[in-house]
Design a binder for this molecule. Structure first.
Ligand code: GTA
Length: 325
């Protein structure tokens, strides 16, 4: 495990435990208990990542179901708890023994066998599609394609960004804020990402949400945004080394294109963590974005950008109809 200050389990997670898995109405979403949700089908699973994406539903009194997405993920090992795994009395079943090789199956006590559950409730069809395993294609989007195909599409339908406004307005996750620069034009809020449980630094993941609301993505950026981007890069790194002890040289700091949520945000992940969406077809390093804009203010209004789309996404169909794939 990385050296330096260790992350602490957050208060709201402890509250969650006390609540027996009940999500309260903290400025967003509806209140529900995990046990209210029924599994309808598996959308996707990965044996390698120890994660399963489920389409679930909550059946109301009228008998009508409301869709939910539930993501169950086995959490990474916490180094300080590993000795307990071998020591604490538990059912360790020997599966095979051959010469110097043997395999056991352990049934650890609950505190050593956590599963993180992320719930989207109520979930839209778009959420369900997002997590369904599907064929993926690469799109090469010119600036004209962006203006004629992508922009009208994202203006007509994209994921709600209410959760972003809830964070910026301190209606949700206020006690999780790691750093804030309150300047309305060049400021941002840095919070742990939904994907990080903050129990270990190996999969560190934070997200910087800018205060300005009109910047949808990389495509909108010009040299005018350089002070904002430089603040995010500099202050984000400083805040993370101060709070978590991870230096800037061990952080991957990037934007997604296309993002799922069209409000400018920057991902900060541990360099050693193969975070979902950190591959070349989607991630643009913030330091490179800053350099590109410093060289040419309209860089992102000129160049073609590549990004992946799932085969049944409506935007993919728009590119197909335009004869672009
Ligand atoms: N703090 O309420 C929130 C919140 N929401 C709704 C999203 N995020 C939030 N963070 C906080 N509070 O990193 C985070 C997301 C994401 C970022 C948005 O905001 O966790 P993006 O706009 O570039 O969209 O970033 P992206 O990357 O597509 O979003 P997302 O949801 O992370 O999906 C990426 C893919 O990761 C999914 O399609 C899925 O296949 C995959 N994935 C793998 N592991 C997981 C996991 N454990 N949880 C969710 N998705 C996972």
């Amino acid at each position: 495990m990385a050296e330096g200050p260790q992350p602490k389990r957050k208060r709201e997670e402890e509250e969650g435990e006390k609540n027996g898995g009940t999500a309260t109405q903290g400025g967003a979403g509806a209140a529900f208990a995990l046990s209210d949700l029924r599994v309808r089908r598996v959308l996707r699973e990965s044996a390698r990542d120890k994660i399963v994406f489920l389409h679930a539903e909550r059946v109301g009194l009228s008998g009508e179901g409301t869709d939910a997405v539930v993501i169950l993920e086995k959490t990474p090992f916490q180094e300080e708890k590993i000795p307990d795994l071998l020591k604490k009395p538990m059912n360790a079943e020997l599966q095979m023994h051959n010469d110097i090789y043997c395999t056991f199956y352990l049934s650890p006590p609950p505190e050593l066998s956590e599963i993180k559950a992320t719930v989207v409730y109520p979930a839209t069809e778009k959420h369900i599609q997002k997590y369904l395993r599907q064929e993926v294609h690469l799109i090469r989007e010119t600036w004209e394609d962006y203006k004629n195909i992508t922009l009208p599409f994202i203006q007509s339908q994209s994921f709600s960004i209410q959760w972003v406004y809830n964070i910026l307005e301190k209606k949700a996750e206020a006690d999780r804020i790691v750093h804030e620069n309150p300047d309305p034009s060049n400021g941002f809020v840095l919070v742990p990402d939904l994907k990080w449980n903050q129990n270990q630094l190996e999969d560190l993941y934070l997200i910087a949400l800018v205060h300005r609301r009109e910047i949808k993505s990389l495509r909108d950026l010009t040299a005018e945004h350089l002070p904002l981007l430089r603040n995010v890069l500099q202050e984000g790194k400083e805040a993370i080394v101060k709070r978590f002890g991870v230096p800037g040289s061990q952080l991957r700091i990037y934007l997604h294109y296309q993002p799922s949520y069209h409000h400018l945000h920057v991902h900060f992940t541990a360099l050693g963590y193969d975070a979902p969406g950190s591959s070349v077809e989607r991630a643009h390093l913030l330091a490179d974005v800053i350099d590109n804009l410093a060289m040419d203010s309209t860089y992102y209004q000129k160049r073609a950008l590549t990004f992946p789309l799932r085969a049944d996404e409506p935007l993919f169909k728009k590119f197909q109809e335009a004869g672009k794939v």
